[in-house]
Every structure is written in C-alpha cells, then in structure tokens.
Design a protein around this ligand. Structure first.
Ligand code: GRF
Length: 211
C-alpha cells in the first residue's frame, strides 16, 4: 500500500516532531512518510531535528510573504510540490484561515496540550494552557489530537490521553509531564491512524480507477 505523504508544521523546539520521526523510524508509523518539515521561523530547532533525520525542510514567514494570503499561498505551493496528503501541526503557532483548512478537509491534525473542550480555543496555547489548568485546580489534564477546521481547536477529536496533576506542579513541570506521558504518544498514534485511513482510501480509489 502506498505510504501517505506527510508534512509536519512546527514553530519551536520540535519535540513532537521528534516523536513522529522516531515513530516512523521504529515502524510505529508505517502507513505514512514524513516528506517535509515546514517552520514559520528560521530559528525553530525543529528544523535541526528534520535535517538530522534527512527530511526536507522549508521556512515560510508571515513577514517575508507580506500578507496572510501570500503566506498561505506559499505553503500551499510547497504542499503541492511535495505531493502532501496529510498535514500535522506540531506546535505550529501561525493562524491558518478557513480558506486554507477547507482545502484539506480531514487532512490536517493538531496536538493540543489539554483535554478538549477544557482549556482550548483563543489564547490557550503553550504554557497558558497549563497555567489555566493549575489555576482551575483540575486533578487531571492531558492532551488531545483533533482534526483542524475553521474553529480554533474545534475539529473532531481523534485521540486523547489523561495525565495526573501533582501537588506543587508548576506550569513548566506539568507541561513536561503532559508532553512525555501524552503528546509524544498520541500524536504518532493519531498520525498512523489517519495516514492509514488515507492510504486505504487511496488504494480503493486506485482500484476503482483501474477497473
Ligand atoms: C507542545 O506543548 C504542544 O502541545 C503545543 O506546542 C508545544 C510544541 O512543543 N502545541 P514542541 O515544539 O513539539 O516541542
């Protein structure tokens, strides 16, 4: 079965990207191939991780392209060039408009560091999510992988994993535990699940085409 071509979008350290690269290497991701890592800034360490793994990289910045439309047009051009079928947002901090997301229905997935619908939506990203969870006093938090549509963190949920909050947790300690115990496990699993569905669909389509 043909492997689904995957692009991973990053903005920062790329630990979720690393989990995906390691999963592809170990065979935990067998239905997809990471063909492109795209960052919205040239200092993202995720780019180093991609280069170390021999994966092509690209940097597209909002400033360089001058407008949201030009920014998204350049990203779409690269996705076409690499024949990308599945986009994984792994700590990607740029907005993607409905005009963009509507071109990849059920083909964009995102990792969010809480159990959606808690602590999600506008303004809930990175450490802010864990600060809100601690402020609320939840005993359990976690991470969610969901499809991306025009509503921030609003798409259908694919996988979730719960993580215990410990007494005396700081946002940083909680963030690390959620990454280690949840994000780095469910993002590769969700990526394999969706990549497999796309590959099977593609195979069926080819089969029908060739009849
Ligand atoms: C992670 O906490 C993830 O939940 C959030 O952004 C962070 C990305 O970290 N979306 P990294 O770049 O994958 O290390």
């Amino acid at each position: 079965m043909k492997k689904t071509k995957i692009a991973v979008f990053c903005s920062g350290g790329g630990t979720n990207l690393q989990a995906l690269l390691d999963a592809e290497k170990s065979g935990a991701i067998e239905s997809g191939k990471i063909c492109l890592v795209l960052a919205n800034n040239s200092s993202a360490y995720a780019l180093e991780r991609a280069k170390n793994a021999g994966v092509p990289t690209a940097v597209v910045t909002r400033r360089q392209t001058g407008s949201q439309e030009a920014f998204e047009a350049e990203i779409l051009r690269l996705l076409q060039e690499y024949g990308i079928e599945l986009i994984v947002l792994a700590g990607f901090m740029s907005i993607l408009s409905e005009n963009f997301t509507s071109k990849y229905p059920k083909r964009i997935i995102n990792i969010h560091p809480s159990l959606i619908p808690s602590f999600c939506g506008k303004g809930f990203y990175g450490l802010h999510v864990h600060e809100a969870a601690l402020a609320y006093g939840v005993k359990v938090t976690g991470a969610t992988v969901h499809f991306v549509n025009e509503i921030p963190d609003g798409g259908q949920i694919i996988l979730q994993k719960a993580v215990k909050v410990h007494k005396g947790d700081t946002p940083e300690k909680l963030q690390r535990r959620v990454m280690e115990q949840a994000e780095w496990k469910i993002l590769p699993a969700a990526c394999e699940k969706v990549a497999r569905e796309i590959a099977i669909k593609g195979e069926k389509y080819e089969h029908i085409q060739n009849q």
